[in-house]
Design a protein. Sequence first.
Length: 173
Amino acid sequence: MKSITTARKHLRRTALIAGVVAAVALPLGLNASAQASAPAPAKVSAVAPRSVSGTPGQAMTRVADFYGAYIDAKGDYEDPDAALAMALRRHYLTPDFALRLAAWEEENGVDGVLRAQNVPARWTVTDNGAVGHGHEVIVTLTFGSGDTTQKVKLFVLLERYDHIVDIGTTSNR
C-alpha cells in the first residue's frame, strides 16, 4: 500500500513539474518569434520579488523551519505524512515538552503544535526576544480564507540549545 502511495506521489510531482515547465516554456517559445520582428519594450515589474532568508542557530529561523515543514507534512490532504510530522516533533521539541504536548492534545482533542484540528492557510513568524535563558518567537496562524479567516497567535519558547520547550497562547515575558 505504501509503495502505491509513494508511486502516486511521485507521479503527481512529475506531472506538476511537467505542467510548470510547459506553462513557462510554451509562452516563451510563442513570444520569441513574435518579438523577433518588433523591438522589446522595457518591462516594469509591479510586484517585487519575494525572498526568505535565515541563519543557522537563529531562533526565528528554527521556528519558521519547523512550522513550515510541519504544516507541509500535515497539510497534504490526499496523503498527509504523519511519520514526518512525528519525526519533526522528535527533532525540534524537547522530550519533556513532547510528553506535555501529547497530554495537552489528549485533553483538548486538537493538534497541540497548531492548536487546531486543521492546518492554516498562512503563517508568519516574528521574533519576540530573549526570555531568561531562552528565546520567544511569535507564530501567527491564519485559518480559512476570504471573509472567514481566524488568526491564532502562539508563543513558542526555545531553550538556549534551540529546542522548543513550550508552545502557548500567552507570552512567557
